[in-house]
Design a protein around this ligand. Sequence first.
Ligand code: F6P
Length: 466
Amino acid sequence: MTRLVVISNRVAVPKARGAAGAQGGLAGALNSALRKHGGIWFGWSGQEVDEYSGDIHVQRSADGVTTATIDLEPQDIEEYYNGYANSTLWPLFHYRIDLTEYEREFGRGYERVNERFADSVLPLIEKNDTVWVHDYHLMPLGERLRARGVNNQIGFFLHIPWPPTRLFVSLPYHERLVRSMLHYDLIGFQNDEWLESFLHYCRKELGAEVNDKTGEIRLDGRTSRAKSYPIGIDYDHFMAKGDTGKARQAQQRLMSSTRHRVAMIGVDRLDYSKGLPERIDGIGRFFDTYPDQVRDLVYIQIAPPSREDIGSYQDIRATLEQKTGQINGARSEVDVVPIRYVNKGYSQEELFGFYRAAKIGLVTPLRDGMNLVAKEYVAAQDPEDPGVLVLSRFAGAAQQLQDALLVNPHSPDDVSHNINRALHMPLAERKERWEKLIVTVREDNVLRWTDNFISDLQSAEMTQQA
Ligand code: F6P
């Protein structure tokens, strides 16, 4: 087995964000991959220093993963992370062209940090290492490494959606960005929809020779391959977290505080792509349509804040506070509050317990690469009395989890109708649906995802010598 060099923007699992889904799937998934394969995980430390030094901090974590990190300076963070990654690419790739900012400085900062990553990681890469780059922060990194003479197999995985060509071409220098991606041997997407959009773009806009069956893309004498690899949760690890006193206590805590009411739960980073205001509108519609059920249901929204320096994230927080406040103001009684809105993260153990106590899991992003909360919710259910997953048809996970109640998150009526269906679903149907869902969640886990990607990457021909 060759050594892995994993490169992503974030390395450490951020504190105070427990669930793989709530922190974004990436950090949890990569931790698991490295625990199994061994190697190095390189990225930004999350720290800001006055001036970039290029110093690399090497650490071995408690679970045996070696991390190597660099600090960035304020201008890098502003232009690369808050700027190009999260104010240009993130909204555009989540179909929010209205929120997309195209600032020249953002593009320059993105290029600069990708160069810094390439320079810093270069001495850590050994001859037979397999290099695996992750996510939209680092799309041009493969080309930067090739320019420095790296001939190893280099793969790239995009954790977020790939937008339709008509949206993507609104990005200035879109051709340059995708041409740089074609220096990877293998490019992975979360599902077939994003893969097809990417292949369509390569054919239509770059004039590349594309084989839809094999995913091969030929351009300028190089061949890359693109394929979909739906990410999963670290099933065994998550189940072990569930088998703890802390998880059982959390379950009990939620059950005793909701008593005779059904608990419905949502766990999301506070991000506009997660469809939180739209979800609250759907819940409001449910209470308007079925006012006699206000006493039957309590909704718990766990939403740890995210990317707080960015205006659109501050706006979503304000909108959500206003909407939950309105519903609670209108619908509460002295002994009934219909929505509990919590702006903090919980450990995986606690989330497991909360998921298990909740008879409905509401996961309704407007657009999402995969969404691992949906999978964690399924994993945490009691096989004898499972809850119901209500899932957006626009989450990448919907392609695999067809036995959930699939909804259009833009339609308050559809969300309300499906909450009602979930609330009254007979035990036999709940079991039947869950038994199908759990097979996918258990089998298509993160270890399989890693193995599939890495073995395809390692068997890719060395086609990159231009
Ligand atoms: O999954 C997408 C992603 O951007 C990951 O790269 C990241 O770990 C997660 O969402 C959370 O975002 P951030 O690192 O910006 O807090």
